[in-house]
Design a protein around this ligand. Structure first.
Ligand SMILES: O=C(O)CCC(=O)C(=O)O
Ligand SMILES: [Fe+2]
Length: 398
């Protein structure tokens, strides 16, 4: 879908809203040509981190369309109550998961993508190897690290709340990255792009709406980003975004976007294919590029009007992060001078998406329009009741 030049930033949002790479769960994202997917690491029914000291069984004697080795590898991810179950029970559980999520087409796409990543990682030489392993003291400003230090949940939740500004409900901003980390990351991305040019490698762009930018997970940063989510983002999401599965983020899509002259100019109005999105500005110097927000919406209310209190504009500052629900409608205004580069992590929860399918909700707690309709229904009911009571009183007085 094409975006209007103003990014659809007015109050009426009618048909100008796009879901960035939004596809059914589990999802993959297409490149600009819509051909190659970003892989999915959905782990519904499985634990995210493997139980390393568990010795998996051999499944050579079981027949299925999947390699027996896959079952052995997957076994360490089984939930604790199944780890020591009979071999056949474990096999059937894993087969069920694999069949539900990996149909033939998906298997082929994931295979293609993993070959793509293997090709990159076997040949690309990183500029700063230290960026590929999470090291809080050289990545983050002290205020950010300190907020996560407390041992007990109550104090940690409070210290995390203390570093947050929430200029409009559901959009939180905080200082996060050190200038040195930002400049190294910018140089690393430049280095990777230079390598792409020199080797004439095919590139998958971050999503359908960006012609520039790169996927960090593709050239070796996936484990670092996963640790960042596990150690920091999940704690934030548990506090502020529990209603969209913030307690169970289990996969991500990490990338940088680039705006300015000779790059993308702006980003149209959209929602992300994520439960929670972290967006941090890396620099450099730029004018414009503000993010505009227009309220959170469920699928049914995606194109409804924004209320005045939902309208908010945010100016990016290098090192500072914005975190919001993926369904919080937003876009980026044109970057009118210089270059703006932002790091984004679309954090997803396959568990949450799966649960929602079975919930059959008529209203969602996090959708501004569902809540507005609910308030309206309540107001109407109260007004009707008041009128009924009033008439009862009048009739009694007669
Ligand atoms: O340019 C920005 O800061 C916003 C990027 C964004 O919303 C996205 O890539 O999903
Ligand atoms: Fe976005």
């Amino acid at each position: 879908m094409t975006m209007p030049a103003n990014g659809g930033a007015d109050r009426r949002t009618d048909s100008v809203l796009t879901a960035l790479s939004s596809t059914p769960v589990p999802v993959g994202n297409m490149d600009a040509n819509g051909t190659v997917p970003v892989p999915v690491n959905s782990n519904y029914g499985l634990r995210l981190s493997p139980k390393k000291d568990h010795k998996p069984e051999n499944y050579e004697d079981f027949q299925s369309e999947f390699s027996p080795l896959l079952f052995s590898a997957l076994e360490r991810h089984l939930p604790p109550n199944l780890l020591n179950a009979p071999r056949e029970v474990k096999f059937n559980h894993m087969l069920d998961i694999l069949r539900r999520y990996w149909n033939e087409g998906e298997r082929r796409r994931v295979k293609q993508h993993s070959l793509y990543r293997e090709r990159i990682m076997s040949s690309y030489q990183p500029l700063y190897r230290e960026l590929y392993e999470l090291n809080p003291s050289s990545f983050f400003v002290p205020s950010f690290i300190n907020a996560f230090m407390a041992n007990d949940d109550v104090s940690r939740n409070q210290s995390i709340r203390n570093i947050m500004s929430e200029p409009v409900p559901g959009v939180l901003t905080f200082d996060m990255l050190l200038p040195d980390f930002c400049s190294k990351m910018l140089a690393e991305v430049e280095n990777y792009e230079k390598w792409i040019m020199e080797t004439k490698s095919a590139t998958i762009r971050p999503n359908t709406m960006n012609k520039f930018g790169v996927v960090l997970d593709d050239f070796g940063m996936e484990p670092m980003l996963e640790k960042l989510i596990e150690d920091f983002i999940r704690d934030i999401s548990k506090i502020f975004f529990i209603d969209v599965g913030g307690y169970a983020l289990d996969s991500h899509h990490g990338f940088v976007v680039e705006y300015g002259v000779d790059r993308d100019l702006e980003l149209g109005f959209h929602v992300d294919d994520s439960e929670v999105t972290l967006n941090v500005c890396l620099g450099k110097q730029f004018a414009g590029g503000e993010l505009y927000f227009r309220g959170v919406r469920c699928e049914k209310h995606m194109h409804t009007e924004s209320q005045p209190e939902e309208i908010f504009e945010y100016s990016h500052v290098p090192g500072r992060a914005v975190i919001h629900r993926g369904r919080h409608r937003h876009g980026a205004r044109p970057t009118t001078a210089g270059n703006r580069v932002n790091l984004l992590i679309w954090c997803r929860s396959a568990v949450f998406r799966e649960l929602r399918k079975h919930m059959n909700e008529s209203t969602t707690r996090w959708c501004g329009e569902c809540q507005r309709e609910k308030r309206e229904r309540l107001d109407r009911a109260v007004a009707e009741k008041k009128e009924e009571l009033m008439w009862n009183r009048i009739l009694r007085l007669r």
